[in-house]
Write a new protein. Structure first.
Length: 566
């Protein structure tokens, strides 16, 4: 078999040529493991969208005139020359297509040719299409070094039956009924790119918040072309989109490529403000029912470690992540890193330490100046051995006061403002902030923010109808009367201090609580030696109620609370 490599304009000419398309489609139909990600509409849409960032590289077996026996679509970054399977992060399954008789010969020759044409460049397929033949890799003599990882893939092979079974459960009926109190719960198809464009802002903010919190990556912020690409993919008929609305407002959005009898889940995002009703879960159930009505036989939940995927799946198979190494050093580095991760994971499990805590510690450590370490160690030692702390507790009576608004620059529950956060101090990390934010929003708390041209500059939280809080500053529970509200965790970036931002957000929070019909008391706490915050709290109109104390003497800790003297 003759192998040819097309680059740049020659590759693009092939991908958009009508004669080549006929040969390409004939090959797709002959290949048992081909997916929508190797099909003409997906490939062309990706190339058109990302033309300024990536140039196509196409490896062919055979010819258009005599018939194609194999095709491997790749892309090379115009900036640094990185080599990726065409589609990059947007292609869930990446790989080559061949006729059944060339399943071993073509990929061996094609990858050997690529390895020689682009020396030193690793090529990672995450993930290879299911059922891609790989026995030839183990036979050796390939002319390149490789490594592979197995992943489990959850599937739903009877979507309608699985959806009906889940929706009949008593617990799901109850939760769906509770969500419906906010308005009609309805699932609709997103029909075209114009409709999706109207939802992109919410989709991007929900997706980036969740991925930033749990994976440390913000897909839409990282890739400005992701939104336009998804809209174009929908117009090309490749993408299946649906939106779950509650009371006419979007609550969840699912997008996934659809082709060859399978829908592959792709972008999944839902609002954190209705999280206690699990809108994402019900979207999945109703989507499975919709796919059954549309006669789509398989819902591919896609590989990953999300527990909800395993719970909903009714069958499983396996896929592989394949790395073709550009050289010996890359191969050895990858093997050593894999072993190190495995050892570290086992050590953390034995020690009972969550990997997220280690990641957060390392992220903070990278921001610490070495010269500040001795002083920090001394401070921590003093904190453990000898310390006196007073946490002053204040209240504001909503029924007896008429708070004023804080100003137009104060926003409530703005996820774009939250996503504009950038750490400015050594103890901060963006991932930890986003994780705290999503947990608090899902638990019904509300965040008030002020932003400037550089991003988030101030934030503060309110917990409605709180009967208590744990004051970490003095290590004890602070109890409130029933139907009280509490302000917590306010922070102003160094560049925003002295601009009364804390005061403005506090006033706006109180104003909004009263405007929504809340009564009772609003509580706030501050350390006695934080004179700036005490001044703001007292100026806004809070009344001092009592104090909580913590005393440390050579490691022995005493805690108590006191009312003010008469």
């Amino acid at each position: 078999m003759r192998i040819s490599v097309l680059e740049g304009s020659r590759a693009e000419e092939f991908l958009f040529d009508e004669d080549a398309e006929r040969a390409w489609r004939d090959l797709l139909d002959a290949c048992p493991w081909s997916t929508v990600y190797q099909d003409v509409p997906f490939v062309r849409t990706w190339c058109e969208t990302y033309r300024d960032e990536w140039e196509p590289v196409v490896v062919l077996g055979g010819s258009v005139e005599d018939g194609l026996d194999g095709l491997l679509p790749l892309a090379r970054a115009r900036g640094d020359g990185r080599l990726v399977p065409l589609g990059g992060r947007e292609a869930e399954y990446q790989g080559w297509i061949t006729r059944p008789g060339e399943a071993e010969d073509f990929p061996r020759k094609a990858l050997h040719e690529v390895n020689g044409r682009f020396p030193g460049r690793d090529l990672v397929f995450r993930y290879l299409p299911p059922a891609t033949p790989l026995q030839w890799l183990d036979k050796g003599g390939n002319g390149f070094r490789w490594s592979a990882t197995e992943w489990m893939r959850p599937l739903v092979r009877d979507p309608a039956h699985r959806a009906d079974k889940s929706l009949r459960k008593k617990s799901n009926k109850s939760r769906l009924k509770q969500m419906a109190r906010h308005g009609e719960v309805k699932l609709d198809r997103i029909r075209d790119g114009a409709e999706l464009r109207g939802l992109l802002a919410q989709l991007a903010s929900w997706c980036d918040l969740r991925h930033g919190a749990w994976h440390g990556a913000l897909p839409f912020e990282r890739d400005a072309l992701k939104g336009p690409f998804l809209c174009s993919l929908l117009d090309a008929g490749v993408l299946h989109g649906s939106v779950l609305t509650v009371g006419g407002e979007p609550a969840s959005i699912y997008l996934g490529c659809l082709g060859r009898g399978t829908m592959h889940l792709g972008v999944i995002a839902h609002t954190p403000f209705l999280a206690k009703y699990s809108p994402g879960r019900f979207h999945l159930y109703l989507l499975a029912r919709m796919l059954g009505e549309e006669e789509v036989p398989v819902l591919d939940m896609t590989p990953g470690e999300d527990p909800y995927k395993e719970r909903f799946a009714d069958s499983f198979d396996g896929v592989r992540e394949l790395t073709v190494h550009g050289g010996l050093s890359s191969f050895l580095r990858d093997r050593c890193a894999a072993r190190a991760r495995k050892v570290a994971r086992k050590a953390l499990e034995r020690a009972g330490v969550e990997p997220e805590r280690v990641k957060a510690f390392l992220a903070r450590a990278r921001r610490v100046r070495p010269s500040s370490i001795p002083a920090e160690l001394v401070r921590r030692m003093r904190h453990r051995l000898w310390r006196d702390a007073e946490y002053r507790i204040y209240f504001y009576d909503l029924a007896a006061n008429r708070p004023e608004p804080g100003g137009e620059e104060v926003e409530a529950d703005s996820i774009p403002a939250v996503l504009s956060y950038r750490p400015e101090e050594a103890w901060q990390t963006r991932e930890a902030f986003l994780r705290q934010t999503i947990k608090a929003l899902e638990n019904g708390h509300h965040i008030y923010t002020v932003s400037d041209a550089e991003g988030l500059v101030h934030y503060g939280w309110v917990c409605k109808e709180s009967e208590g809080t744990f004051a970490t500053e003095v290590g004890q529970e602070i109890r409130f009367p029933r139907k009280s509200h509490s302000l917590w965790n306010s922070y102003t970036a160094p560049r925003g201090r002295g601009k009364k931002l804390y005061q403005k957000t506090m006033r706006q929070t109180l104003y909004d609580l009263r405007a929504k019909g809340c009564d009772g008391r609003v509580y706030a706490g501050v350390l006695s030696d934080n004179h700036a915050s005490r001044h703001v709290v007292e100026k806004v109109g809070f009344t001092y109620e009592r104090s909580a104390f913590e005393r440390v003497r050579f490691g022995r800790t005493t805690r108590w609370q006191e009312d003010p003297p008469e």
